[in-house]
Design a binder for this molecule. Structure first.
Ligand code: LMR
Length: 346
């Protein structure tokens, strides 16, 4: 059976932009691969979307199906992680097992940590761009513990380009608020902390409509964002967790990063879960503000250039209201530290 490889000739001999999806035959992977195949990219360079999955039949099916679409990007089914990661400029990891009703994200740790470690080992061994420019985006759960697993394998100078994706929490906060206010307007609501339950700290005090909301409405909004993933898991009733909205959230992040990877812009601003390294501006200040010198991982708005995250916007903490600062944040930090240690020890 023919397996798609790059079909468009590279007439200009320009180096391709290569985006790799690991876990491409799964629920998130298929939707994300479709979005990447159908997207327009601001470049004349060839665009390759490398697909990898351990489910070879699924992989071949998805790649063949997508390859019939007359769009800018070429898809390629990669039959080894080595092939998938070697030339990648950006890797997005969606591989792993999803939750079933009654499970927490943490229940996935043992199985998914092994998968992430193997992927990270292949990235370390084969990626040509790891030391200079490779961006690695982690979606697999539990993100709070698995980013440390990934970073443990990869060299520390690459960590500021290893980002845990929390964008779905920001999207949910925006959408749930809009639904409650019964408006078409979608406000940007900062969400900080991590990506599970109490570690998700939606900062609705940043909404211009905050004063209009009752305490009950605010509490239920916060709870809905913190447990939005469970809402989908319950609705799917054993058939997995969020795939379509997660693919959308990941795609938005990739769309943001592609112009940076192409060096068309100098930096981007976004919110990510990442390692607080001392050489990232704002890391020390953030830890001091939180009075948490040992906090190693946190999700916050940040600025990223080609070489990685260079500024964490700690000022977000100063703008929180008393409830967010004194109730939500301490609960989040307590769990975050344990989650990160679990991954660091793995
Ligand atoms: C989500 O937030 O929907 C995802 O992290 C999937 C999950 O397990 O909840």
């Amino acid at each position: 059976m023919p397996v798609p490889t790059n079909t468009n000739a590279n007439a200009s001999n320009q180096p391709p932009l290569t985006l790799t999806v690991i876990g491409a035959a799964g629920g998130i992977g298929q939707s994300l691969s479709l979005l990447l195949k159908t997207s327009n990219y601001p470049t004349t360079r060839p665009v390759n979307v490398n697909l990898f999955d351990v489910n070879t039949t699924g992989l071949n099916g998805v790649a063949t199906d997508l390859s019939h679409m007359n769009t800018q990007a070429n898809v390629k089914a990669c039959h080894s992680l080595q092939d998938a990661v070697t030339d990648a400029d950006l890797i997005v990891i969606v591989a792993g097992v999803p939750r079933k009703p009654g499970m927490t994200r943490d229940d996935l740790f043992n199985i998914n940590a092994g998968i992430i470690k193997n992927i990270a080992t292949n990235i370390r061994q084969y990626s040509r761009n790891l030391d200079t420019s490779l961006f690695t985006l982690l979606i697999s759960n539990p993100v709070n513990s698995l980013l440390p697993v990934l970073n443990n394998v990869l060299p520390s100078h690459a960590h500021s380009r290893c980002l845990g994706i929390t964008n779905l929490d920001l999207i949910r906060a925006s959408e749930f608020l809009s639904e409650l206010l019964d408006t078409q307007e979608k406000q940007n609501i900062p969400v900080i902390g991590g990506h599970s339950g109490n570690t998700i700290v939606p900062c609705f005090s940043y909404s211009k409509d905050y004063a209009k909301l009752s305490k009950d409405q605010i509490d239920s909004l916060i709870h809905r964002v913190q447990y939005g993933g469970d809402e989908v898991v319950q609705a799917k009733n054993g058939q997995g967790s969020a795939t379509l909205s997660m693919a959308f959230a990941a795609f938005k992040v990739i769309q943001l990063l592609v112009p940076l990877v192409l060096k068309k812009i100098d930096y981007v601003e976004g919110a990510f879960y990442l390692e607080l390294q001392n050489d990232i501006l704002g890391s020390v200040k953030l830890r001091n503000l939180l009075n948490e010198p040992e906090l190693n991982y946190f999700a916050a708005p940040c600025k990223i250039n080609y070489t990685g995250t260079y500024l964490i916007d700690y000022s977000i903490i100063n703008g929180l209201n008393q409830f967010e600062k004194d109730v939500l944040l301490p609960k989040a930090i307590d769990e975050l530290k344990g989650n990160a240690q679990k991954g660091e020890r793995y």
